[in-house]
Design a protein around this ligand. Structure first.
Ligand code: ATP
Length: 199
């Protein structure tokens, strides 16, 4: 599994449509300070479903939308799309190439797509769970990340190891099932209350 392509339009400094093609070797991105290198990484995090604005180096989510320059006016939405080679089948998808995209409008309306089908954020999270590319994943190592891993609490480190060994999706499903059980139990108590009132 490797990242084949990133398309960006209207995200942070990218007021023009940009397409970056990667191969399965090493790619370096160079450029002057402030030219947008880190914005590419932010775009990848964002399309993977990042919701924490701080991680994206912003104050509010709208800050990711291109705010204009002297030459080009601001845009109304941000769009990022990534294409992943899945010939090894690591992603739980029948396709050998998986495309994930996200669009955010200034109104706050947000859209996610997997291979052009509209999906929920939850579906994007589930697609990448246990692959190393999810929220707690280790595929994106930013400045200071190694230091933070070393200094992390044992609980945070455990989270990362769980992602690596591939048990996060089972833990998530277990928690969902427990939540449903809890809700069903409360409904049962309510029904029993009503029955006893009627008797
Ligand atoms: P460095 O080498 O200093 O780390 P960099 O190449 O990684 O720099 P980035 O941090 O990716 O640069 O880009 C910063 C630039 O992105 C700034 O010029 C900033 O004004 C611009 N930028 C960030 N958000 C937006 C936005 N919403 N609209 C327009 N430009 C933006």
């Amino acid at each position: 599994m490797y990242l084949k392509k990133v398309e960006i339009y209207g995200f942070k400094s990218f007021g023009q449509k940009v397409e970056i093609i990667f191969d399965n070797k090493v790619t370096g991105i160079v450029g002057p300070n402030g030219s947008g290198k880190s914005n590419i990484v932010d775009a990848i995090r964002w399309v993977l479903g990042e919701q924490r604005v701080k991680t994206l180096r912003g104050g509010k989510m709208e800050d990711v939308i291109f705010s204009g320059t002297e030459e080009k006016r601001a845009l109304g939405y941000a769009f990022v799309s990534i294409t992943i080679d899945n010939t090894t089948g690591i992603l739980p998808s029948e396709y050998s190439e998986v495309n994930v995209s996200r669009r955010l409008y200034r109104s706050g309306e947000s859209e996610y797509y997997i291979n052009k089908n509209a999906v929920r954020l939850k579906d994007v999270h589930e697609l990448f769970m246990d692959t190393g590319l999810s929220r707690e994943g280790y595929s994106i190592i930013s400045q200071g990340k190694i230091e933070s891993i070393v200094n992390n609490s044992a609980v945070d480190r455990k989270l990362m190891i769980e992602e690596a060994v591939g048990i996060v999706k089972y833990k998530t499903r277990k928690n969902e099932a427990l939540r449903k059980l809890d809700k069903t139990q409360s409904n049962l108590y309510r029904i029993l209350d009503i029955i006893s009132e009627l008797e």
